[in-house]
Ligand binder design. Structure first.
Ligand code: SF4
Ligand code: MG
Length: 397
């Protein structure tokens, strides 16, 4: 797959009274166009902070973007065949770490969308479902909706009701005291867009759901609404942060199927942030393993589960028996995650690693490609003392 997102040496620090917390420290990984990538690791390993930084959702301050880039290459419509997934489309890339809040508003929903573990927190309790799903269309499809309602941005009556910006115009028409026929036409179109988005998530009675409030819906239904909203504008990337953790097992399966179906239809890449390793193994093409703010391994899912390289990944992934639930998962690895305050140069896993040697306590291993080249790990077990210029007897084995 062509690269869609390249996270390149990303560092995000937090200032605390005890010092600088290296929440994300030199993380690098890739997400291909249409790919499903699982980002795994213990609570506090930096996976949520990494993913949230894709949408500028890490509060700054206290967070500081300390270095690195998140290169995003939105899909372009190919000038000759007009297919948005054609490789002839060319790539207009931009660095997500450099966007302003205003630029993020354009990207959010249209190019990158996110769903969270608890949809109740993401939905506004005082607005109807319809009003909330409509928001993404007001933001990104205003001109299209005006056109579908047969309204012209040159209509002097509309102009009088609004400023001359078409996105504001569309909202102004809905809010205008006069213009009853125009307003009704437009409202009908908005409702159709919303009903269509909800129907895509196989919600049985979209028109009824539209007029409901969040508290009237079950958890699974709310998550469907969130998915409808997230995927309404067919973004290039969906970030799903523990999307099924709060749901019961049968609903979980339906939600995952739904995400998969919509992902195929819209060529959307999905980044799953999860500590459910069975889920990751079932649905992801690639796995990225983070430990203490760093990416310690990335590779194709089957390879990573069959042959994890990094001792941490071995403990983590080896704890999942095939076809079953994780045995002990992360707790199977003894010891504690190290402090991320002012860390020194070392392998952060060395206090828990059975292979740790002198080199591991004094140097930071870098993420290196192994055979096959798309399988990378950061561990001295796979390095040669000579290449690093380090004493052979200090290397792990
Ligand atoms: Fe273990 Fe050393 Fe590899 Fe770190 S670098 S995981 S301590 S062997
Ligand atoms: Mg998290």
């Amino acid at each position: 797959a062509l690269p869609l997102v390249t996270v390149d040496d990303l560092s995000i620090y937090f200032q605390s009274r005890r010092g600088t917390v290296h929440a994300v420290d030199g993380a690098s990984f890739e997400i291909g166009v249409g790919q499903t990538v699982g980002l795994v690791g213990e609570t506090g390993c930096g996976k949520s902070v990494t993913a949230r930084s894709f949408l500028g959702l890490v509060p700054s301050p206290p967070a500081v973007h300390a270095g690195g880039r998140i290169v995003f290459r939105p899909r372009q419509e190919c000038p000759s065949c007009h297919a948005s997934d054609c490789q002839g489309g060319g790539q207009a890339e931009y660095d997500l770490t450099k966007l302003t809040p205003r630029e993020f508003r354009k990207v959010r929903g249209e190019q990158i969308a996110m769903i969270f573990q608890d949809p109740s927190l993401a939905l506004n309790p005082v607005l109807t479902i319809g009003q909330q799903v409509a928001e993404v269309f007001h933001q990104h499809r205003a001109e299209m909706m005006l056109a579908d309602a047969g309204l012209s941005t040159d209509d002097p009556l509309l102009r009088r009701a609004a400023s001359d910006r078409s996105s504001r115009l569309e909202r102004a028409v809905l809010a205008a005291p006069g213009l009853r026929r125009r307003r009704n036409r437009l409202q009908k179109v908005v409702d159709e867009y919303v009903a269509q988005a909800l129907a895509e998530t196989r919600i049985a009675n979209p028109r009824k759901i539209m007029n409901s409030y969040p508290h009237e819906l079950s958890g699974g239904m709310k998550q469907r609404v969130m998915i409808a909203q997230a995927l309404a504008c067919a973004p290039d990337l969906l970030i799903a942060d523990e999307p099924t953790t709060a749901l019961d097992v049968t609903i979980q399966a339906h939600i995952l199927d739904l995400i998969h179906e919509l992902q195929e239809r819209h060529h959307t890449a999905v980044l799953y942030i999860s500590h459910d390793l069975s889920l990751v193994r079932d649905v992801c093409d690639q796995v990225v393993v983070m430990y203490a703010g760093q990416v310690v391994e990335q590779g194709p899912t089957t390879r990573l589960f069959d042959n994890p390289l990094h001792p941490y990944a071995r403990g983590l992934l080896g704890a999942v028996p095939s076809g079953g639930q994780p045995r002990g998962g992360l707790s199977a690895i003894e010891g504690m995650v190290p402090e991320l305050v002012n860390p020194s140069s070392q392998c952060r896993f060395h206090t828990r690693c059975a292979h740790a040697s002198a080199v591991c306590a004094a140097h930071t291993p870098t993420l290196t490609a192994h055979d096959p080249p798309d399988h990378r790990a950061a561990c001295f077990l796979y390095e040669h003392a000579e290449t690093l210029g380090l004493p052979a007897e200090d290397m792990p084995s």
